[in-house]
Design a protein around this ligand. Sequence first.
Ligand code: 89V
Length: 347
Amino acid sequence: MSHSSQTIRLGIIGAGFWSQYQIAGWKELSPVNIVAICDKDPLKAKAAAKKHGIPRYFTDAAQMMDELSPDVVDIITDVDSHALFVEMAAKRKIAAISQKPMGPDLHTATQMVKTCREANVPFFVHENFRFQEPIRQVKAVLDQGIIGKPFKARVSFCSNYPVFQNQPFLAQLEQFILTDIGSHILDIIRYLLGEAKSLYCQTHSINPGIKGEDVANVFLVMEKDVHCFVEMSYASILEKELFPQTLVEIEGSEGSLALEDGYILRVTTKSGTTRHKIDFHLYFWASAEHRVIHASIVETHRNILEHLLGKKTSEITGEDNLKTVELFFKCYDSAAKGTIISLYPHP
Ligand code: 89V
């Protein structure tokens, strides 16, 4: 599919909490025309169309695809419906973007990637954390070789933020923190440090009001021999609530770096330490508490758009994201069995 001189015609599936921000994010990018929105609830679909100036609304995604043949659909729905909509799009040769996590299990996610590969249809997962400006800047320091060869890392996302208020379905998930936040954090680790060769994971269920686990601690050994400790929690009552910050510390042969509270990037070498505060765009539609994530939505969309316009391969294709999906489902296997899981080498 080549759209080099065209506008990309986009259909939105889902008018829930995140949809409003993803629509706003798409509207920041000029060659995109949102042609319709679909939600099974007609009132929600109609209200979202009115709010965002979208010309058509539907309650049936197949009907939307058949009537309007969008170039791409952005599937912003609960995890259990992702495969259905991706398959619906692939059958019609429409490119698809799935919200994370890609699928409810590794087998389904693998099938989704296969379906799109066989239909020769571009498929992306809306994995936005790696596009956060602070994470991009950590990667730039690593790529410049300032701290030498990394050998140890610690990545932390620990909070007591009431995430269930905006997204009540999260409280009903049997597998919660590794699919919801692990999908982001383990993807950041792959982005910064490459693939893992083994992992060990333990989980806790602390909040009695939710079905799944809300704490996960993971120890990864990376193919490049970095030892990486990852802690994720929505049960952490800390002195300072850090949501939605991801903290990172990486030690290398020539120095160390840290992404600290307040988006401060510290770099230390034998010549000393520098610290600077990382700035990122504050969009008018972003909420104050999610602003780092909301800014990253635009960069996520830009990356997908460049792929659709034939400019470069996206970082977040389904093929790539399947490696992240494999990591968080293997974490569940490790926690259930209490054993270290070896991962296959990746090409
Ligand atoms: O992006 C997300 O996964 C969101 C949040 C960071 C709030 O958990 O659900």
